[in-house]
Ligand binder design. Structure first.
Ligand code: NAP
Length: 273
């Protein structure tokens, strides 16, 4: 199950998030996830677990080309030269020849360096070291600036998205610009969303778990969710969302759970090192 990126490369339709996990937790989780059939793994320099992810990838019982490893540049490495260095540091920790998707983790507009950073990303893609490049937590205005200045659009924008913060406008804008929406905190980080009566009703109606209903909502909207779980049973159920469908009414009920409140940072103001 893949979605085609605008750069012509396929990306799995669902992946494993690895924050918050340390190296050893990530090694164990990724090892188990790959054995269950996960092919997309999401990490970041700032998670402090790239070495653990890389160790699991190195020993995975599937070929490297079957896996899709995403990592992200941390804020301390914005700027052209710093981004090139940051990439090399991530690649060394991961122990990989290339990464499948490299993202600018946050735009940090106050620092004013995301455009220079993007120029480094374009170079890394030309070198084949980052097969696809994208951004995370960027606004349409910020993406518009990248495209206007470099002519290279991001293949992906990874943003907070779940029924409590459904990102209607942004996901429509992405669709109109051939950018894949990747959803972080796709389960709304757990119990509050998963215990919502709308979610539990739909789960009962479809004979599924609340998490499966929410992940199916992402998939049917064309977004790529990256649920984090360190629990083998929850990892398994989170992947099993490709054999049932929600109706348009079901999707609308979930979309209506939006509160306007984010769980995480606001792209315009968030400061990350
Ligand atoms: N780009 C960014 O700025 C950014 C920001 C935040 C996160 N992310 C990425 O997105 C990933 C996911 O986001 P997230 O971890 O914030 O939130 P999430 O995936 O929505 O929720 C994770 C929480 O839900 C629990 N959970 C997982 N599957 C479950 C299930 N089937 N039933 C009940 N509970 C379940 C997990 O606990 P157990 O582990 O015990 O199962 C964990 O407490 C992160 O790991 C990270 O890779 C990116």
């Amino acid at each position: 199950m893949t979605v085609m990126l605008a750069d012509g490369r396929p990306m799995p339709r669902l992946g494993l998030g690895t924050w918050p996990m340390n190296d050893e937790e990530a090694r164990q989780a990724v090892t188990h996830a790959v054995s269950l059939g996960y092919r997309l793994i999401d990490t970041a320099a700032s998670y402090g677990n790239e070495a653990g992810v890389g160790a699991a990838v190195a020993r995975a019982p599937v070929a490297r080309e079957e896996l899709f490893v995403t990592t992200k540049l941390r804020g301390s490495h914005h700027g052209y030269d710093a981004a090139m260095r940051g990439f090399e540091e991530s690649r060394a920790r991961l122990g990989l020849d290339y990464v499948d998707l490299y993202l600018i983790h946050w735009p940090l507009p106050g620092r004013g360096l995301y455009l220079d950073t993007w120029r480094a990303f374009v170079r890394l893609r030309e070198q084949g070291l980052a097969r696809s490049i994208g951004v995370s937590n960027f606004t349409p205005e910020q993406i518009g600036r990248l495209v206007a200045e470099t002519g290279v659009p991001p293949a992906v924008n990874q943003v907070e998205m779940h029924p409590g913060f459904p990102q209607r406008e942004l996901r429509d804008w992405h669709a109109g610009h051939d950018i894949v929406t990747e959803s972080w905190s796709p389960l709304g980080r757990g119990s509050k969303l998963l215990d919502d009566p709308v979610v539990t009703d739909l789960a009962a109606a479809h004979g599924r778990t609340p998490a499966q209903v929410v992940l199916r909502w992402h998939v049917q909207l064309g977004a790529v969710p990256i649920p984090k779980s360190a629990d083998p049973e929850r990892m398994r159920q989170n992947l099993e969302v490709f054999d049932f469908s929600l109706s348009p009414e079901d999707l609308a009920r979930l979309d209506n759970l939006g509160t306007g409140d984010r769980l995480g940072g606001d792209p315009d103001t968030h400061v990350e090192l």
